[in-house]
Structures are given as structure tokens and as C-alpha cells.
Design a protein around this ligand. Sequence first.
Ligand SMILES: [Zn+2]
Length: 87
Amino acid sequence: MSVPTQRRTKSARLRRASHFALKKTNLVKCQKCGKPTLPHTVCESCGTYKGKQVINLKDKKKTLKQKDQDRKEAAKKKAEKKESKKK
Ligand SMILES: [Zn+2]
């Protein structure tokens, strides 16, 4: 591992660090609900983009538990179908 040959002075260190600050994110108001969103992205609170409904939020709001239940039900139906075919 390389070792620095000379100690950096405080001023040199701070000069370098002067570019470390993060820029503030640019937010735009949603056309439909007025909530701040990132530009050129779908609004997370209402699911619209350029005033058009793009995402169905009812589906998106399904909790993980609900999704798990749906999967289990689908698996049960499959198993029932297989059993009925065997008979
Ligand atoms: Zn919105």
C-alpha cells in the first residue's frame, strides 16, 4: 500500500473538500396533486406523468402479505387441478 510522502496542510485538504457538498435536488410540483416530485418522473403519490394516469396505485399498494396470500391461493388451485386430473 502506498504511503503519502508529505502531510497535506489544512488549507490544501479543505480546498479539495470544497467540492464535496451535495447539490440540492431539483423538485417540480405535480400537475395533478401538487406534491413535489423529481422532474421527468412519475408522481409517487398519485401515479401520473404529464397529467396522464400511468401507474395503477391500487395494485402498487398491495402489501407483501396480500401478495403472499395471492401466491398461496394460486398454488392451491394448481394442486387441486393436478389432483382432479389424476382421478
Ligand atoms: Zn401527483
